[in-house]
Design a protein around this ligand. Structure first.
Ligand code: FE2
Ligand code: FE2
Length: 265
C-alpha cells in the first residue's frame, strides 16, 4: 500500500500568492502531477491540514479544483488555517466528513493500513486541542481493531518539536492523547503537518512524522530566539510505503528537475 501525504498547502484565492510571495496553487498542481505519475500508483492521498490560508470558501474551492485531478481517493483533516465547516462543505462527506459532534473525525477502513483521522483544530488558536470526550471516541475506534496496523492523521504534532509552531502554539490534551496511544502497539505512525518541516520522533511507543509544506519551508531555528519565518521551497510531499514485511517506510519527495537518472558504473 502506498500513501501520499500532502500538507500545509495554504491555498489562497485564484491569482493570489500566499503571504504575497508563495505560489502555492502552482506547487499543489506539481505535487498532484507527481503523485499521479508515481508507479505503482499511490492507493490514497492524505492532506494533513492548513488546506486554505485564510479560512475562505473560495480558497477551499480553488484547492478542491486542483486536488480533483488526483487519480486516487483523497482524505483531509483541517488545520488552524482552515474552517472545518467550509472544508467539509466544499470537499464533501467522502473526503472531509463532519461527525455528529461537528468534528472531522473519521476512520478509513478499506485498506491494509487502517487510518484514523483526528481533527485537532482549536478554533481561534494556532495550537492543537483534543477533548476528553473525543479521546473516548478515539479509544472506541482503536478498540475496534487492535491487531490491525493503524495510522493516525492529524494536523498538529502532539509533542514539542523545538520550533515555535509547537512550543508556542502548544497542544492541549496532548498528554492524555499520548497515554491513550501508548496502549496500542498497532499504531504504526502519527502523521502530522503544521510545522512545515519533515521530522520524525519516537513518541509514546509509536513514531510521529511531520510532513513538509508543499512550498513554504520553516526557517529552522532551534535556539528559540527566531520569530516564525519561512523559505520558498520546491514542491514536496511524503510517500509512505507499507511493505510486504509490514513496515511503513517514508520517502520524502521533492518535485524538482534533476539531471539523470544515471547508471552506477
Ligand atoms: Fe501551515
Ligand atoms: Fe498549522
Amino acid at each position: 500500500m502506498l500513501i501520499a501525504q500532502l500538507s500545509d498547502t495554504h491555498i489562497m484565492a485564484p491569482g493570489e500568492k500566499t503571504c504575497g510571495v508563495a505560489e502555492m496553487d502552482a506547487h499543489l498542481r506539481r505535487c498532484v502531477e507527481s503523485i499521479n505519475a508515481v508507479l505503482p500508483k499511490p492507493d490514497i492521498v492524505l492532506v494533513t491540514g492548513d488546506v486554505t490560508h485564510k479560512f475562505k470558501e473560495e480558497e477551499a474551492q480553488h484547492a478542491a479544483v486542483i486536488l480533483s485531478q488526483l487519480e486516487m481517493p483523497l482524505f483531509i483533516v483541517p488545520g488552524n488555517h482552515d474552517d472545518r465547516q467550509v472544508l467539509s462543505r466544499v470537499f464533501g462527506p467522502e473526503i472531509c466528513p463532519l461527525s455528529d459532534e461537528g468534528y472531522v473525525d473519521y476512520v478509513i477502513d478499506a485498506y491494509p493500513v487502517r487510518i484514523i483521522a483526528l481533527d485537532t483544530l482549536h478554533v481561534g488558536h494556532a495550537g492543537g486541542h483534543i477533548s476528553a470526550a473525543r479521546l473516548d471516541w478515539l479509544r472506541a475506534q482503536l478498540d475496534d481493531a487492535t491487531e490491525q496496523p493503524t495510522v493516525i492523521m492529524a494536523h498538529h504534532p502532539p509533542l514539542d518539536i523545538g520550533v515555535p509552531e509547537t512550543y508556542e502554539d502548544g497542544f492541549s490534551g496532548a498528554g492524555d492523547l499520548g497515554q491513550l496511544i501508548a496502549q496500542y502497539p498497532n499504531i504504526e505512525r502519527v502523521l502530522c503537518g503544521h510545522v512545515h518541516l519533515h521530522t520524525n520522533s519516537r513518541w509514546r511507543g509509536t513514531v510521529v512524522t511531520t510532513a513538509p509544506s508543499i512550498g513554504m519551508q520553516l526557517t529552522l531555528d532551534l535556539s528559540g530566539t527566531d520569530a516564525s519565518r519561512f523559505f520558498l521551497s520546491d514542491p514536496a510531499y511524503l510517500l509512505h510505503h507499507w511493505t510486504a514485511d509490514q513496515a511503513l517506510i517514508t520517502h520524502p519527495i521533492q518535485v524538482t528537475d534533476l539531471d539523470g537518472p544515471f547508471h552506477f558504473t
